[in-house]
Design a protein around this ligand. Sequence first.
Ligand code: FES
Length: 157
Amino acid sequence: MKTVSLTPLNRSTAINTNERVLDVLLAEQLNVMTFCKGRGLCATCHVYVEEGADSLTPPTQREQRTLGRLSQCKPNSRLACQARVRGEGIQIRVPEGMYIDQVSDLYSLLGKRADADIRHPISGDLLVPKGKIILRAFLDKLKDVDVELAAFKASDA
Ligand code: FES
């Protein structure tokens, strides 16, 4: 067993050696979308490793490629579904904000302010900044995103 800390939640989770960082997030009931179903192709399980990067398996080429196109990527970025826990001292920070499955989901929020940054599930791009009032004209401009996300899902079938 190994222990992984989550900041800023201030929680530690015991996990079997070689389990994924994603398993820690799920054990803590953090509602991780896993848009690509854990294949290392999306932004929705992106985390920052604050401490203990050497206690994780190194990033694969696929993970490096995906991280390379994420808008929030930093040198300590990892994909939680790809990083496996090998040692102690790991501290993970989950980026703020939320991802959407499809832009049309946001129509139920028309006229309301976004509670958090709303991000693209593949690129991590900011679609709606926290505090912005969600207007129909704005969402209409994002229609291509739904097409792109549908194509991604279809390629998975
Ligand atoms: S769930 Fe998509 S990269 Fe991890």
